[in-house]
Design a binder for this molecule. Structure first.
Ligand SMILES: Nc1ncnc2c1ncn2[C@@H]1O[C@H](COP(=O)(O)OP(=O)(O)O)[C@@H](O)[C@H]1O
Ligand SMILES: [Mg+2]
Length: 242
C-alpha cells in the first residue's frame, strides 16, 4: 500500500462519526443543553454502553443516532452520510432499513401476536411474504421464543415481551441496534437473562450495539463504557479483549 494513503485496508470507515453535536431544548424560557459539543466514533461491531444519571442527555443521544431527532449543530455521519442534514423521506427510510430500536417499555402493539409484531418491522422494506415469514421465524428462534409466536403481548411475561422487541429490532438485519434502558422494567433475574441474550446476539450476529443504561451490571458487558454528564460523553472503559 502507498505510504501516506488515506486509510489502511484493515481500518474501515467508522459506522458513526459525530462531531460537535449540540442539542438544546427550551422549557419555560430556560435553555437546556441536552448535548454539548459531543464527539463520538462508533465502529461496526462495537458495543457501547452509555451510563449516567437521569437528565444527562442519554436518550437525546440515542434519538440523534437513530435519526429520530436532529441536532442544532454538528455532523452525524452514519455510513458515510450526514443524517443531520438528510431529507425526511431518506431519514425515514434509513431508520426503517438500518436501525433497530429497543425501548424500556417494549413498545409492542398489544393487538398483534409476537410474530406479527416482529413482521411489522419488515413491511416498510417491501420484503415478500414468504421471506418475511422465514425471517420472523428465525428472529423468534434467535431470542428463544419460537413456541410463543402466536401469543399476544399480554400473554407474555415482561422478559418475553422484551425478547419479542429484540426480535423485532433484529429481523431487519439493521446496521445498528439502539437500546434505551432495555432492562429498566425487568427484575434482576430477567435482567441478567436479557444481558446474556444480548451478549450472545452481539457475538453471533456481529451486531453494532449502543445501550443506554444506568445499571452497571448491564454496562460492564459492553466493549466500551461511557458516562454522560450534562450533555457531554466521556469514555471511561475499553475492554479491548471483547
Ligand atoms: N423534547 C424535549 N423537550 C424539552 N426538554 C427535553 C426534551 N427531551 C429532553 N429534554 C431535556 O433534555 C435533558 C436531557 O434529557 P434526556 O436525553 O432524556 O436525558 P436522560 O436520558 O439522560 O435522562 C433533560 O434536561 C430533559 O428534560
Ligand atoms: Mg433517558
Amino acid at each position: 500500500m502507498a505510504a501516506g494513503g488515506p486509510r489502511a485496508p484493515d481500518a474501515p470507515a467508522p459506522l458513526y462519526a459525530l462531531t460537535g453535536v449540540t442539542k438544546t431544548f427550551y422549557k419555560k424560557r430556560r435553555t437546556i443543553y441536552a448535548l454539548r459539543d459531543l464527539n463520538l466514533v462508533i465502529r461496526a461491531g462495537d458495543w457501547l454502553a452509555v451510563q449516567g444519571r437521569t437528565g444527562q442527555g442519554k436518550t437525546t443521544l440515542l434519538q440523534i443516532l437513530g435519526g429520530l431527532d436532529r441536532p442544532d449543530s454538528g455532523a452525524v455521519i452514519f455510513g458515510g452520510e450526514d443524517i443531520a442534514q438528510m431529507r425526511e423521506v431518506h431519514l425515514t427510510r434509513m431508520r426503517a432499513e438500518s436501525v433497530g430500536f429497543i425501548f424500556q417499555t417494549f413498545n409492542l402493539v398489544g393487538t398483534l401476536s409476537a410474530a406479527d409484531n416482529v413482521e411489522a418491522a419488515l413491511i416498510p422494506l417491501g420484503i415478500r411474504a414468504a421471506e418475511r415469514r422465514r425471517r420472523v421465524s428465525a428472529a423468534l428462534e434467535n431470542v428463544g421464543l419460537a413456541d410463543r409466536a402466536r401469543h399476544l403481548p399480554s400473554e407474555l411475561s415482561g422478559g418475553q415481551q422484551q425478547r419479542v422487541a429484540i426480535a423485532r429490532a433484529l429481523v431487519k438485519e439493521p446496521r445498528v441496534v439502539l437500546a434505551d434502558e432495555p432492562t429498566g422494567n425487568l427484575d434482576e433475574y430477567t435482567r441478567d437473562e436479557m444481558v446474556a441474550l444480548l451478549e450472545k446476539l452481539w457475538r453471533t450476529l456481529n451486531l453494532t450495539l449502543v445501550i443506554v443504561t444506568h445499571d452497571t451490571r448491564v454496562a460492564r458487558h459492553a466493549r466500551r463504557i461511557g458516562t454522560m454528564t450534562k450533555g457531554r460523553l466521556t469514555i471511561n472503559t475499553v475492554n479491548e479483549h471483547r
